[in-house]
Design a protein. Structure first.
Length: 127
């Protein structure tokens, strides 16, 4: 069993997690806090940007792998994976660097579209 597209997307996801995590560690060092957010707004934003990424990534990778295993077109799988990754990157940028929710809203629509499309595809194939 080979999942080349899911493997590439998983590698990208792993690489994206590192800067999100490092930002938290660097901010914790700066504000001298090991646990929690010390009521520091910047640290809280960094924690949530990372947390939101972590909350969505595992399910997205599982869905992507299942869709890829159905033998559907590589283009379809790449589009789903790309939509999810782009959505998560834009969401993190929106959380970390903007004060309005516009970018986050667009990013959530992208992520939810990838989830809905994957879910509908899998149900269509197997129900």
């Amino acid at each position: 069993m080979s999942l080349p597209i899911t493997s590439v997307i998983a590698g990208i996801v792993a690489l994206l997690m590192v800067p999100l995590s490092l930002q938290i560690s660097m901010r914790r060092a700066r504000v001298k806090v090991a646990y929690g957010d010390a009521d520091d707004r910047d640290l809280r934003r960094k924690i949530r940007a990372h947390g939101n990424f972590i909350e969505y990534a595992p399910t997205a990778l599982i869905l992507l792998a299942l869709v890829e295993l159905t033998g559907t077109s590589a283009l379809f799988v790449w589009c789903l994976g790309g939509l999810f990754v782009l959505g998560r990157v834009l969401h993190a940028i929106g959380m970390l660097y903007t004060s309005t929710p516009t970018l986050q809203t667009i990013a959530m629509i992208m992520s939810h579209t990838a989830f809905l499309t994957s879910g509908i595809w899998l149900l269509y194939r197997f129900v």
